[in-house]
Design a protein around this ligand. Structure first.
Ligand code: FE2
Length: 388
């Protein structure tokens, strides 16, 4: 699907993952195999209320591991929450950390890992980048309880300080192990299932249209798109549909690999600044931005959109590319509306006066630079104007 010649690529299948209903049962044995003795289990209040924190803590204690628990992560993880995880990690002398939750929890734990092995503030990491390596084994295990973020396998963490929200990347941020157990997702409500699943669609779309060629990125992006398009409506409709939950969990994971290999597009590039300046959720911001960036991209990515439309069965084989691309846009917008997601940035708290800063921050994003059609600050401003 790549439209540019591939001159050279590095191919390394990244890490260990255990997938399957019930996979969580072996977490104690697997933590032992990593050499863990004292585990910090980080999560959030919702996951704790669902009983999952106590269940996982019990599985860890059953093999003799010491367990310290932090359930203080919020939906848009902030610096203070990262600091709280780090403080407990050090106070309890932990030698391993498990992130049990959605992307927010996994990213907060990644932030704590970065703080621990660099000793620097998040703002300084934003400003100066990350050159440091861990001086101890980083026994970081991700156990997603949503299917959306991709953070369970990516090298990135989206974190917010009082100054801004940004993506931090380090090769040391990929979990040593990811446990993908679709049974952990069955109690996720329909609205959250839709929101996280829409993020998967946006990751797959971004991977398949980004301007960085990579053959394996294309493959995993296409499979993520195929799985998510077919199974997201089912997972929203019936959360106990374990086949749909399994497909979405794999789609999220595969799309995450695709992001590492190919990056994403300006849908994410324009979204991070909105999340930085307001308290909106990632998915709500993506939902507004998606059709606007797709329309902007039509001259450069229309053919790729058309191939995706045919692949997921929303356009016929013989239809012209632009017709098929329009069908993909209509399909994604239709899903957004059916899921009750917003269509204007104004509904998320964006004011017209914020647009210059939004456009400036969008240029800081690697995703913006990976967009199929070059998108400078003036183009970003024009898009934000039409979305407010
Ligand atoms: Fe995302």
């Amino acid at each position: 699907m790549a439209e540019r010649d591939i001159a050279a690529v590095d191919i390394t299948w990244p890490h260990q993952a255990n997938f399957g209903p019930g996979a969580i049962a072996a977490i104690g044995k697997r933590m032992r195999a990593l050499g863990a003795n004292r585990v910090l289990l980080a999560s959030d209040a919702g996951v704790a209320a669902a009983g999952l924190v106590e269940r996982v803590a019990g599985l860890l204690r059953a093999v003799g591991l010491h367990v310290a628990i932090d359930t203080g992560v919020s939906p848009n993880p902030r610096e203070a929450e990262v600091e709280a995880i780090l403080a407990l990690w050090e106070a309890e002398g932990c030698d391993a950390i498990v992130a049990l939750g959605g992307g927010s929890t996994i990213d907060a734990v990644k932030g704590a890992c970065l703080r621990r092995f660099t000793g620097r503030s998040l703002d300084s990491l934003f400003d100066e980048g990350i050159q440091e390596s861990p001086c101890e084994p980083l026994r970081f295990v991700a156990v997603p309880t949503t299917s959306g973020t991709g953070s369970e396998t990516t090298l990135g963490a989206v974190l917010k300080t009082p100054r801004r929200k940004l993506v931090l990347r380090s090769e040391h941020l990929r979990p040593a192990l990811t446990i993908l157990d679709p049974e952990l997702v069955v109690s996720l409500p329909p609205r959250a299932t839709a929101a996280t699943g829409f993020d998967v669609l946006m990751h797959a779309l971004g991977v398949l249209t980004s301007n960085r060629p990579h053959p394996i990125g294309e493959m995993v992006g296409a499979e993520a798109m195929r799985l998510a398009a077919a199974h997201l409506p089912r997972a929203v409709e019936d959360g106990r549909d374990i086949e749909a939950r399994s497909a979405m969990m794999l789609a999220s994971y595969l799309a995450g690999h695709g992001i590492t290999l190919k990056g994403v597009d300006a849908i994410h590039g324009l979204s991070t600044p909105v999340e930085s300046l307001t308290d909106c959720t990632h998915a709500d911001s993506l939902a507004v931005i998606c059709p606007h960036v797709m329309r902007f991209n039509l001259p450069a990515a229309g053919g790729r959109y058309a191939r995706i439309a045919r692949m997921i069965g929303v356009a016929a084989e013989g239809e012209p590319d632009m017709t098929a691309a329009e069908r993909l846009m209509a399909h994604l917008t239709g899903l957004r509306d059916r899921f009750g997601m917003p269509s204007r940035l104004g509904a998320l708290g964006v004011q017209p006066s914020m647009i210059p800063e939004l456009a400036r921050q969008a240029q800081l994003s690697a995703a913006t630079h990976g967009n199929a059609r070059p998108l400078d600050a003036a183009a970003a401003s024009a898009l934000y104007e039409e979305m407010v």
